[in-house]
Design a protein around this ligand. Structure first.
Ligand code: AMP
Length: 588
């Protein structure tokens, strides 16, 4: 398949304002790809060059992209900068100057999808002295030998800014539609995706092995499994009711979730964050302990990593643990504040998947696997049928500086990628305020008035994710509580992703001054959830009852953008509705 044809589909996708139409166009596009191409095409459509956890980056920054356009088209630096400042999109700049090139027109080569992919990989693999020049030359060649429209999307892919507004669920539905003519295969495809976190691989298995291949897709060591998530309930009684009268209760540690994959034979360890980024470098001590202090050869286990003082029994705050994100000082930090992995689940061991085993069985195996070392410890756990005992355990967890508890249904399998009542969290509650913070995705922003006009930033329009509809629904505007520094930071980040029209997967009755690509997550606290006709979160779209849910007095609690979550990992509409009903119960 020619990349020019893909570019035409991408252009069409950009102009569409309905999600269903988007699925039709994508399905048609996937239908044109060969079995060999489909994997690459799916990655490209995600704006990536491989599965997200492989983090393949071209290493081309804006400045080098500008130099490539200069080299490819003969236009000078200031012409390029001017147009870039006007459009804010290097893709459009490459397209425009490719159209009006000042150089002798190079033969327009009909690059295939494979060609383009291989060249982009080559750019990403070019390293060492002189590599920037080599990268610029390679990109310049691609721009000058492609069609103008092709150049637009190549440039955006190179910079990691494809911005088609297509989400994972949209791609899964399009794959289903292409394979069977309707969207009914999506749940099966989603199960396969939850096991390997690699949409390209799901598409490839479907194309080569059909539905049976998808049904039998097993755990792949070193490909992360999408993490199980916890529901919330406010009382011990409700928790026990949901778990059939008995549950296992673990301490809820406030650190970083780690999914650890290791193979002792090849001495390979890979640690993934909750967001499936590779974070092995942050925790060399955990990687070492996995190879030395465990009782199995190949394994996938999960736990919470946090700085912990074994002697005094002190758990250090999350901030201390994440400081290790900075590459420098990891070694220094491990000496000063040792990190412990409190293991709480086991998903695979020595050739056998444990995903469909019950929690009790997984926990038994986990306790055999975790050795006696000081770096990897079993999470604390009791099993109980008594609400009183559950409450006591919760109170003692809080007293010891923990966040609360996570109760687990002993009968339940590991439910990858979903929030179900097999795990239930209970945290400290803050009386009059909502008992939990809420993660929102920014979908637009407003100009400032008065003093803020100078900064060009007046506030945010934010949304939650509705999983059933695969849409972002608005829940609040946030106009107060920003520091000047934050306003500047938001303005500069959001300017880079602003869009001319509302994205197809955003549902909003409000019109901000600027729409932005749903990309950045913020965490807020609010006083309560109220019903509101202004916001689309939880609106009954079929009937006439047109009231949604909104946040009262929202205030940002994170320093800025949360980097460990993607737009589909915000608090969901379902959770908001659940929190609203719990809030009503508490008030009565
Ligand atoms: P939350 O992020 O508030 O939705 O809570 C779920 C998170 O709690 C998980 O993603 C884990 O990172 C963390 N956690 C801490 N301790 C445990 C535990 N014992 N079992 C499961 N999750 C835990």
């Amino acid at each position: 398949m020619l990349f020019d044809e893909v570019a035409l589909y991408y252009e069409k996708l950009e102009s569409i304002s309905s999600r269903l139409e988007m699925i039709d166009v994508l399905a048609e596009l996937f239908g044109k790809a060969s079995k060999e191409e489909i994997k690459l095409l799916v990655y490209m459509t995600q704006g990536l060059l491989g599965p997200p956890f492989d983090s393949i980056e071209t290493g081309i920054a804006e400045k080098y992209a500008q130099l490539s356009v200069e080299m490819a088209t003969g236009h000078n630096h200031s012409e390029i900068i001017n147009l870039y400042h006007k459009s804010g999109d290097m893709g459009l700049v490459a397209e425009e100057f490719r159209k009006n090139t000042k150089l002798k027109r190079m033969e327009h080569t009909s690059h295939t999808v494979n060609d383009i992919y291989e060249k982009l990989i080559k750019i990403s693999e070019t390293s060492g002295p002189g590599s920037q020049d080599a990268k610029i030359k390679l990109l310049s060649f691609l721009i000058s030998s492609s069609s103008p429209l092709g150049a637009r999307y190549i440039m955006r892919l190179v910079l990691g800014e494809l911005r088609l507004g297509v989400g994972d669920a949209t791609i899964l539905e399009a794959l289903s539609k292409n394979a069977t003519g309707d969207r009914k295969l999506k749940p099966k495809l989603e199960d396969a995706y939850n096991i390997c976190s690699d949409l390209g691989n799901v598409a490839y298995v479907l194309a080569t092995k059909g539905i049976p291949g998808i049904e039998h897709l097993g755990v792949i060591l070193f490909s992360p499994i999408r993490p199980a998530l916890a529901e919330r309930l406010p009382t011990a009684e409700e928790i026990l009711e949901r778990t059939g009268g008995t549950c296992s209760v673990e301490s809820k540690y406030d650190g970083m979730r780690v999914q650890a994959h290791f193979n002792k034979e090849s001495k390979k360890v890979r640690l993934f964050s909750r967001n499936l980024e590779v974070i092995t470098e942050m925790f060399p001590d955990i990687a070492k302990a996995l190879l030395e202090d465990t009782n199995c050869d190949k394994c996938i286990l999960e736990g919470e990593a946090l700085a912990y003082d074994d002697i005094s029994g002190t758990f250090y705050p999350f901030q201390e643990t994440v400081q290790r994100k900075r590459k420098y000082g990891v070694e220094e930090a491990s000496k000063r504040l040792p990190v412990v992995l409190f293991a709480f689940d086991l998903l695979y061991c020595d050739g056998e998947s444990y995903l469909s085993h019950t929690y009790s069985e997984r926990r038994k195996k986990l306790s055999e696997v975790v050795g006696k070392g000081s770096v990897i410890k079993l999470s604390e756990m009791i099993t109980t049928s008594s609400p009183k005992e559950l409450e006591r355990y919760f109170t003692s967890a809080i007293e010891r500086g923990l966040e609360g508890i996570v109760a687990k249904d002993p009968r339940a399998p590991y439910i990858a990628g979903a929030r179900k009542f097999s795990w239930i969290k209970m945290k400290r509650s803050y009386k009059s305020e909502l008992s939990d913070s809420i993660d929102l995705v920014i979908i637009g922003y407003y100009f400032g008035k008065g003093q803020r006009a100078e900064l060009g930033f007046g506030g945010l329009l934010a949304a939650v994710y509705n999983q059933k509809r695969d849409m972002f629904e608005t829940i609040t505007k946030i106009g107060t509580g920003f520091t000047e520094e934050q306003m500047k930071m938001f303005k500069s980040l959001l300017d880079k992703i602003h869009l001319k029209k509302k994205p197809a997967r955003v549902d909003s009755l409000l019109e901000p001054d600027f729409w932005v690509e749903p990309k950045y997550i913020i965490t807020v606290n609010a006083d309560e959830i109220t019903r509101s006709p202004m916001h689309t979160c939880g609106m009954n779209h079929s009937g006439k009852e047109e009231s949604g849910y909104a946040l009262r007095f929202p205030r940002i609690i994170s320093d800025g953008i949360r980097k460990d979550k993607g737009p589909e990992e915000t608090t969901t509409t379902e959770e908001i509705i659940e929190m609203f009903s719990q809030q009503k119960k508490t008030k009565i």
